[in-house]
Design a protein. Structure first.
Length: 109
């Protein structure tokens, strides 16, 4: 996944149960200059819900031993474990993380 040039785009679906049932959708493109063989970096922009000022974020997906984890800049110092689901054609990957009342899907294509 880290050396695959075909997985350049990320859509992040963040479902939260903390303050009522809500969700956010973020989109981003791989930063090839910041990515390495051990981690992939995606600057992201909030696309839902709509805001007057565009909100930005940074997602990093990295290997931690034989597992994958991701970090996001609005939770500094925290790493979230990921489950990996690949399409049959391997052209898309869905990563999922669940913690407390949060469920996150990262769709790479």
């Amino acid at each position: 996944m880290f050396n695959d040039d075909n997985l350049d785009f990320l859509t992040l679906y963040w479902l939260s149960g903390w303050f009522g049932e809500s969700y956010e959708i973020w989109k981003g493109k791989k930063n090839r200059d910041a990515s390495t063989e051990h981690e992939v970096v995606f600057p992201i922009t909030l696309v839902w819900p709509l805001t007057e000022e565009p909100e930005q974020g940074l997602v990093i997906i990295r290997r931690q031993g034989s597992e994958l984890v991701f970090t996001v800049d609005w939770f500094p110092g925290e790493e979230f474990p990921l489950d990996v689901y690949r399409s049959v054609s391997k052209s898309q990957v869905l990563l999922m993380s669940v913690f407390e009342r949060e469920t996150v899907f990262l769709h790479l294509k």
